[in-house]
Design a protein around this ligand. Structure first.
Ligand SMILES: [Zn+2]
Length: 162
């Protein structure tokens, strides 16, 4: 979705022409409980033409597909004794079992909770997403960077809906 009716609210390169009221009304059309049900929130800024035409090497869709297929395989293997095949299907009990955090990561998530006032539902989602990021990274255990990336995917609504 756009951040406001004109689309430029929060954009450092363009001025937003909406009034504060228009922005609030627009954002309030999407309620917090609905946003809470969407697992991954990412803020994207407008793409400039030279960024689209750059020759810079980056991971191709084909490479990414391979990583996704491998991550799926890892998950299937992990859950072969459970009645599920993907991280997203984990119950709270399974999350505790398969998404173990060390002391440092517990502290990170605790601080994020205080700062962003996440819901209980968000907590489970963050752990599932962190598990998936670790799988895509080919790592057996969730690491700090995976957890922090997962937390970032839940902080966009905080910025706009506060
Ligand atoms: Zn605007």
């Amino acid at each position: 979705m756009n951040p406001c009716p004109c689309g430029y609210y929060g954009d450092p390169n363009h001025e937003c022409s909406c009034s504060q009221n228009q922005i609030s009304n627009y954002l309030n059309k999407v309620s917090r409980p609905i946003l809470d049900r969407i697992d991954i929130h990412v803020e994207v800024s407008p793409v400039k033409l030279d960024e689209l035409t750059t020759e810079e090497k980056c991971e191709t869709s084909k490479d990414i597909k391979k990583r996704v297929e491998l991550a799926r395989k890892i998950q299937k293997e992990r859950f072969k004794k459970e009645n599920i095949t993907t991280n997203s299907q984990m119950t709270t009990r399974q999350i505790r079992k398969y998404c173990k955090l060390n002391d440092k990561m517990n502290l990170i998530i605790q601080m994020a909770f205080e700062k962003y006032k996440f819901s209980a539902r968000s907590f489970d989602k963050i752990l599932k997403i962190a598990r998936t990021i670790a799988d895509l990274d080919g790592q057996k255990d969730i690491e700090d960077k995976h957890l922090m990336e997962a937390i970032r995917y839940r902080t966009v609504d905080q910025k706009y809906w506060g």
